[in-house]
Every structure is written in structure tokens, then in C-alpha cells.
Design a protein around this ligand. Structure first.
Ligand SMILES: [Cu+2]
Length: 162
């Protein structure tokens, strides 16, 4: 009798956490998604992948100041480079990358700034991040995109604020 009670308690000690842990994860996911508004960077809109050069804003890739301390980088990825390949912003800037691919699947990773987004043909991706520390940040393609994938990188230079 006593042995069966012990077995029951052991089962309970396994079953309860195996219910509580997924329920806790689901609660955390709900709070971050709907409460804190945290989402994965994802597709914003679609464009015709063969007409990137003619489609605004990708007909003129580059850096634009869109407000005090706010910049927008219109970025295209193509084998095996980014346009623009070098971006300069002052420290303390909030930078929004709006990007797409002209050919195959690419990615944009600026690891120290926690910017990480896939650049897919036909899709427009958007990611916003802030650069407070002056320095040089590599912009890397993190999706294997062909024989010279390892040469596909650019740099983002954060200049000391004047
Ligand atoms: Cu690439």
C-alpha cells in the first residue's frame, strides 16, 4: 500500500512539471508577442523579384536621414554583394533596414546590433536597430548563396557623434 503511494507521488512529480513547463512557455510567448510586441523580423510586403531595380525604393539603394537621429537604409542583396556595401551613421542613431534580394536567398546579419533578417526574392524585409557605440560593424550574408557566399559582406560604420 505504502509502495504504491510512493510510485504515485513520483509520477506526479514528473507529470506536473511536464504540464507546467509548456504552459509557462506559452504564457511567456503570449506576453512577449501581444504585451511587449516582440516579433520575428518578417515579410513586410511583396515585390516582383525580377524588377527590383525599377521598384521604389530599391531603384535607389542607400542611406537616408528620415528624422533627427533616425536613418533608413534601403538595401538590396545580390550575388555576392550588398548595395550599399558601406553604411555610415552617427552614434546614437536608430537605423531601419529595408531590404530585398535581387536573385537568390540571402540574409543580413549585424550580430553586435542584434539585426538578423532573411532577404528573400520577392519579399521586402524590415528590421530596426540602434547603434550607440562607435565602431565598425560587419554586415554579413548568413544564408549560403553560392560559391562566393563567403565574400558577401559589407560594413556599417558608426561614427562618433559630433
Ligand atoms: Cu548572400
Amino acid at each position: 500500500m505504502r509502495r504504491s503511494t510512493t510510485v504515485y507521488l513520483w509520477e506526479l512529480a514528473w507529470i506536473l512539471p511536464s504540464i507546467a513547463i509548456p504552459v509557462g512557455m506559452l504564457a511567456a510567448l503570449t506576453v512577449t508577442a501581444f504585451g511587449a510586441g516582440i516579433h520575428l523580423p518578417s515579410q513586410e510586403s511583396r515585390i516582383v523579384p525580377t524588377k527590383v531595380d525599377q521598384t521604389p525604393p530599391f531603384d535607389a539603394p542607400g542611406v537616408r536621414e528620415v528624422g533627427p537621429g533616425r536613418y533608413e537604409v534601403v538595401l538590396t542583396a545580390q550575388i555576392w554583394s550588398f548595395a550599399p556595401n558601406e553604411v555610415r551613421v552617427p552614434a546614437g542613431s536608430t537605423v531601419t533596414f529595408v531590404g530585398t534580394s535581387k536573385d537568390v536567398v540571402h540574409g543580413l546579419l549585424i550580430a553586435p546590433a542584434k539585426a538578423n533578417v532573411m532577404l528573400l526574392p520577392g519579399q521586402v524585409a524590415r528590421v530596426t536597430t540602434r547603434f550607440d557605440t562607435p565602431g565598425e560593424y560587419p554586415m554579413l550574408c548568413h544564408e549560403y548563396c553560392g560559391i562566393a557566399h563567403h565574400t558577401m559582406w559589407g560594413r556599417l560604420i558608426v561614427e562618433p557623434a559630433s
